[in-house]
Ligand binder design. Sequence first.
Ligand code: KG4
Ligand code: ZN
Length: 355
Amino acid sequence: MRVLAVESSCDETAVAVYEGGRGLLAHRVYTQTDLHEIWGGVVPELASRDHVRRLAPMIVATLADAKLRREDIDGVAYTAGPGLIGALLVGAGVATGLAYAWKVPVVGIHHLEGHLLAPMLEPTPPAFPYLALLVSGGHTMLVDVLGVGRYRVLGESLDDAAGEAFDKTAKLLGLPYPGGSRLAELAETGRPGVFQFPRPMLDRPGFDFSFSGLKTAALLALRGHENDPVARADLARGFEEAIVETLATKTRRALRATGRQILIVAGGVGANRRLRQRLAEVAQAEGARTSYPRAEFCTDNAAMIAYAGEARLALGERGGLPALARARWPLEELGPPAESAVHAPITTGRVPGRG
Ligand code: KG4
Ligand code: ZN
């Protein structure tokens, strides 16, 4: 099937076309970072309004990139959650409206399923099963990926995501949003061990994470050093080490517990150089290899939603009305693509126009 997909769960507007058996035909991503930067974080209402502005022209442009007409599309997929409810509703409404007008089936996709399947877009995709470490601004998770729709969540953050912790501490250090990569740059010049931060949850069994305490520790450690460039760099280094060590240790545990030989790392924090280095060491010691989807498929995009959408639509899964939009959506509620499986019509917000 040739599937057009729309992603609008947070601050990226994205559109893609994927064809089963052939691969990705086109994809576009527009990031709203500039829009939110002055506010120091994503403003949900501004995000929704910008999706409204961008989506239709992006769909036209992506179809043109793929040299396709609307008649060539066999199905539509959209990110149904989790995410910002207003932003999700824009994509859900547009996608469902198009499917209705084009008389093709539509399906709502779990955003994290998209991330977990992103490596399948590569020319030599990994074989199932694999272990996935998802580290982004919104999520920190270790997931055993057994197949499409078959995910076992081993652990996740109980509070802040790793990227969120990076961004909040970067903000404390006066770095512009989103500060994760800037904090990492500052850490390059810092010395290890000068500032010791806690390694949250390492002393507990299991695979869960907790990063909110680190931000408080950073706030306290910074007191009196606000204008000292050497101390700020040392602090950034200590902070980065605490996060990297925590992620690496829990990932090692998960590799051991599952015996998986492939570790997929997805999400923006996966760009962190020190994290990559530590994960490579850990994987090698456990007899596994690490693999990263290319950068444009690591961060939010619609190609991964199109891939998941095609996998589900081709096996007969169908969404419908009302359009599905869920701010919260546990990954383990998903099942494999099923013949005529219909999404439970759970909406946390009503689709505009449906009363
Ligand atoms: O997956 P992603 O692009 O988007 C969302 O979560 O929406 O992840 C973005 C996150 C941000 O928190 C950003 O600060 C962080 O990834 N990030 C980094 C680095 N590059 C991006 N964190 C640490 N080190 C980096 N080099
Ligand atoms: Zn994402």
